[in-house]
Ligand binder design. Structure first.
Ligand code: 13P
Length: 252
């Protein structure tokens, strides 16, 4: 099996102020030690991207965005184009987060378009997939995840996954304090990898699959130790510097 470097990403969602994000990012960067750390990135609200780009350029922490338009430019009030994120050296862009799917009606095909737009602009998509509670309870988890993955594979092609990250985020575990038990998470991560392997074994083996959903300082290590979990996408716990640092350190 190829060696995949652990990635820990903060998703701050719609939280913080200019003051609080400055303090938070300073505390996080000061708490990082060298070499042994996993790759760490922060995805702030988009208005703070330029501020963070300035601060992070003196650190080893990378910058990501939480969302992007699938379009290049034009009359789309309120949207942010991929080229604009690139202007600020964003390396990663989250696409298909469940909150975008649920509250902003983003469907599989729109998410696939965003995935393609991110790559077309030289950035790396973090494609989120995951099932609702009722889908898990009716035993449809794998079906839902296959559908979400297939939409992107169909549009972008399997080779596009060479430069992509996948995040498995069971919707029932996001912000609820209910983490998938490690066996449940590992089972789905393994399933995602096997689904990609149907198309290309090397891509499946090399891709990093993050887990997201109530990852905390006290459960991260257990999750990151599992064979197919290559890091985490951290919401609530990434807003507290000490908690986020503990999570980063547990991914050594
Ligand atoms: P929580 O860690 O707050 O559950 O959020 C997970 C998430 O949605 C990260 O993208």
């Amino acid at each position: 099996m190829s060696k995949r470097r652990t990635l820990v990403s903060a998703n701050w969602k719609m939280n913080g102020s200019l003051d609080s994000i400055r303090q938070l990012v300073r505390a996080i960067s000061q708490g990082m030690t060298q070499e042994t750390e996993p790759e760490v990135i922060i995805c702030p609200p988009s208005v703070y991207i330029s501020e963070l780009a300035e601060i992070l350029k003196k650190t080893d922490i990378g910058l990501g965005a939480q969302n992007v338009s699938h379009l290049e430019c034009g009359a789309h009030t309120g949207e942010v184009a991929p080229t604009m994120l690139k202007d600020f050296a964003c390396k990663y862009v989250i696409v298909g987060h469940s909150e975008r799917r649920m509250f902003y009606s983003e469907n599989d095909s729109r998410i696939a378009e965003k995935f393609v737009a991110v790559q077309a602009n030289g950035m790396i998509p973090i494609l989120c997939v995951g099932e609702l509670l009722e889908e898990r309870e009716s035993d449809c988890t794998k079906e839902v995840i296959s559908r979400q993955l297939d939409a992107v594979i169909e549009l972008a092609g399997i080779m596009a996954f060479k430069e992509a990250i996948i995040a498995y985020e069971p919707v029932w575990a996001i912000g609820t304090g209910k983490t998938a038990i490690p066996e449940q998470a590992q089972e789905i991560h393994e399933f995602i990898r096997s689904r990609l392997a149907r198309h290309d074994h090397e891509i499946a083996d090399g891709i990093r699959i993050l887990y997201g959903g109530s990852v905390k300082a006290d459960n991260a290590k257990q999750l990151f130790e599992l064979a197919d979990i290559d890091g985490g996408l951290i919401g609530g716990a990434s807003l507290v510097a000490d908690d986020f640092l503990t999570i980063c350190h547990s991914a050594r």
